[in-house]
Ligand binder design. Structure first.
Ligand code: NDP
Length: 339
């Protein structure tokens, strides 16, 4: 048996960001979620382990997409104390394999991939579910996801005003200043989440909160909400009323019923049953299920994050890198054809 060495593309966060512009990411995520809804993907539930000291989580997220053919795995770590060290709390790597031979093609920075693809998925949900006339955006949280979410939502709606709340008021103020400058927008830091949410047409929750920071009684008719934080069964950002009042859309029903405290806690309280989940985002995209049907209904997209999103992102980025000749061409056995 011979084992030939081959080139593995390694991309750091800056290269991932450069090769995966938000507008393209929105399109790639929409295609991937549609493929999942059509049954053209393999998407097992992710596995998690807590580190022995409980300070961190390591998650494994394998997935496969048929078209374009992509096979991969994200190994994601979450270390909340990183924030104090000035490091991103979410780290990791996305591995992309040749879908025909299983050979490793690329290793991408997992933090940057996650930051972009998650926000792009929320933009897809917003494009399909928010009222066309939505101009007021509220962001609860001021970390990595808050930044990419503003960029993503601006891709799909004409936002005129943004209100940002964060647990640490100084973080909300700093982010508001930075975003106002970058996008030439009115961005207002507020001291209470309610002040951000009451006037909003679109809301994004991107915090590491484990208990509710958003209450259903604050939601105005017609609001669209992307709930992105809280991805463990015992953690939630939304109170029961917020979920109960909303038409509930998820990325994956299987994940929602295994991981989403925002949904599982109200179910355990008897507030509603799993039937309260109206559809997956993919089903809305392919029009297998209806999305918003009236201007006044409240729509909620509960995002947990799926391996297919990372694998679709990695496949797109790898292709872009090939177009830029950052990596050699391959024949059908996966052997490199030298430039
Ligand atoms: P960051 O660590 O960059 O930011 C965390 C944010 O959460 C900060 O704004 C922080 O506020 C706030 N926060 C932390 N603890 C609390 C608390 N107890 N109550 C209220 N706010 C709190 O994280 P990211 O931006 O990378 O991720 C944000 C959330 O999104 C996380 O829950 C993460 O797990 C989730 N996520 C979801 C994904 C998905 O696909 N659905 C993918 C990636 C992340 P401050 O700094 O002001 O104190």
């Amino acid at each position: 048996m011979t084992v030939s060495s081959h080139e593995i593309l390694v991309l750091d966060a800056a290269e991932v960001s450069r090769l995966f512009p938000m507008k393209e990411a929105v399109r790639v995520m929409e295609t991937a979620l549609a493929a999942l809804a059509r049954g053209e993907a393999v998407q097992p539930l992710r596995t998690f382990m807590f580190t022995k000291d409980g300070a961190g989580i390591l998650g494994l997220m394998p997935a496969q997409l048929q078209t374009p053919a992509a096979l991969g795995l994200k190994a994601v770590t979450v270390f909340p104390n990183n924030a104090r060290l000035g490091l991103d709390t979410h780290q990791g790597a996305v591995l992309l394999f040749d879908a025909g031979t299983g050979r490793l093609l690329a290793l991408l920075d997992g933090g940057a991939t996650t930051a972009i693809r998650t926000a792009a998925v929320s933009a897809v949900a917003t494009a399909h579910l928010a009222n066309e006339s939505a101009t007021e955006l509220a962001i609860l949280g001021s970390g990595v996801q808050a930044r990419t979410h503003l960029e993503a939502i601006l891709c799909v709606r004409k936002i005129e005003r943004v209100r940002i709340w964060s647990r640490t008021p100084e973080h909300a103020r700093a982010l508001a200043e930075e975003m106002a400058e970058r996008y030439q927008l009115e961005v207002i830091p507020v001291r209470q989440p309610e002040l951000a949410v009451r006037e909003a047409h679109i809301i994004v929750t991107v915090t590491a909160a484990k208990t509710p920071i958003l209450y259903g009684e604050w939601l105005a008719p017609g609001t669209h909400l992307n709930a992105v934080g809280a991805s463990l069964p015992d953690a939630r950002e939304l109170d029961t009323q917020a979920v109960k009042r909303s038409k509930l859309i998820v990325d994956s029903v299987e994940s929602a019923l295994a991981e989403a405290g925002d949904i599982l806690i109200p179910i355990s309280e008897g507030a509603f049953t799993p039937d309260h989940i109206h559809a997956t985002l993919g089903e809305i995209i392919i029009r297998a299920k209806e999305g918003r049907t009236t201007a006044s209904e409240i729509t909620l997209f509960k995002s947990l994050g799926l391996g297919i999103e990372d694998v679709a992102a990695a496949q797109f980025i790898y292709q872009r890198a090939r177009e830029e000749r950052m990596v050699n061409e391959r024949d059908e056995r996966g052997e490199e054809v030298k430039r």
